[in-house]
Design a protein around this ligand. Sequence first.
Ligand SMILES: [Zn+2]
Ligand SMILES: [Zn+2]
Length: 208
Amino acid sequence: MERYRNAFRKKVIPWYYRGQLHVAIFSVIQISAIFYIGTRLDWGISTLLVIFFAIGYATTFTYFLHRFLLHKKLPGFGWAFKMHHWHHTFYQSHRMEYDHLDDVYMLLMPPWIQLFYFVVYLPGLVLVAELFLPHHLILPFAFGLTLWYGIYELVHWIEHLPATHWSMKLLFMKSARQSHAIHHSKLKDVANFGIVEPSWDYIFKTKF
Ligand SMILES: [Zn+2]
Ligand SMILES: [Zn+2]
């Protein structure tokens, strides 16, 4: 496995890539966005409901994207399939954890997708939401989506830490890691597509 991983790194990770920088820039953007939007929210029941709705939308989107775009070679999205395939071949159920921070190249979304998320996808969804939601609920909607993205990257990161790591004591992290390890086994194309939470896996009977 060690030789395989070394060869994989040489082949896939660009020479200029620095995992530390990737994590640092993403964390700064993510935390700043949460604080920036969060401090402008008028906290109340309708705000909480819209945040909940946004997270519900996002977890649904994540499940379908993962199951039907990243695990199937759709025309025009071969690159997404390939990148996810890298994730599955580098991290396997018996070896879920990374060795070096540069290995997050095969774990986090690539920097350009993270940028796309904040510069194109999020503003685009906000524009669509403006057609349906009253003005004062737009910001909570954006907050829910931003929060979800941070949670997604963080939970997926923790799922690729050692099983003995202290973070496994947090809430449901131990079972989330076990569930995600099954997704990294031979069952990858049929099991546990919900990376953060399993509700759609239960609904579509893909929970193993
Ligand atoms: Zn994974
Ligand atoms: Zn997958």
